[in-house]
Design a protein around this ligand. Structure first.
Ligand code: SAM
Length: 199
């Protein structure tokens, strides 16, 4: 099925398409869509992929960075190795410079992505608070490991965590905009914020 023929409300269609293309998650299609419209990955870039399990985003990034670029995934869930990529099996709250020794010449990173999500409780206030906690951890990683002039892409929920993150990114980046890919389920509260030109 071509992209233009996908019924965008049919979440299962995206799952089938991503599987057929060899991706580990339908999330890979969301990133591909965002990359087409809103953020560029160039060959040779160094990219940190926060909340990378099972590896769909890492696969898409690897396709775009060429042989001189690097992608480093981080997750509390271990992943099956993806050839030519790095993975750190720990919570991002515990990341330290030592974890990057193997490719120390490639940091700070050009781009920090976060597709992290908390375990959803279904209670809006609780879920917003959990997401804001994750965002705070991602912001701390950005402050320590993102290059001046670099970019970020962060998943949030519409509502409190979106407002919170937009504000935090506007203080740190020259521009901040939202992007909601069609591959995201229409009933999902998730949306993505993009910050460019880290100050
Ligand atoms: C939606 S999934 C990511 C999917 C992934 N981008 C892909 O394309 O396959 C969200 C991930 O965030 C991870 N996560 C949540 N909290 C985390 C934390 N504190 N540190 C690292 N990863 C975390 C979860 O374990 C989960 O695997």
């Amino acid at each position: 099925m071509s992209d233009s023929k996908i019924n965008y409300r049919d979440g299962d269609a995206f799952t089938r398409i991503s599987k057929r293309a060899g991706y580990r998650s339908r999330a890979s299609l969301k990133l591909k869509e965002i990359l087409k419209k809103d953020i560029l990955i160039r060959k040779g870039m160094s990219i940190l992929d926060l909340g990378s399990f099972p590896g769909g985003w890492t696969q898409v990034i690897k396709e775009n960075i060429g042989n001189n670029g690097i992608v480093v995934g981080v997750d509390i869930n271990n992943i099956k190795t993806i050839k030519g990529t790095f993975f750190i099996h720990k919570s991002i709250t515990e990341l330290e410079e030592n974890d990057f020794q193997e490719f120390i010449d490639k940091i700070p990173f050009d781009l920090v992505l976060s597709d992290m999500a908390p375990n959803i409780s279904g209670v809006r206030e609780t879920d917003d608070a959990l997401m804001i906690n994750l965002v705070d951890s991602a912001l701390s990683v950005i402050d320590h490991f993102l290059k001046k002039g670099g970019s970020t892409l962060i998943k949030v929920f519409q509502g409190e965590s979106l407002d919170y993150t937009r504000n935090a990114l506007s203080n740190r980046f020259k521009t901040c905009k939202a992007s909601k890919p069609s591959a995201s389920r229409s009933n999902s509260k998730e949306t993505y914020l993009i910050g460019k030109e880290f100050k």
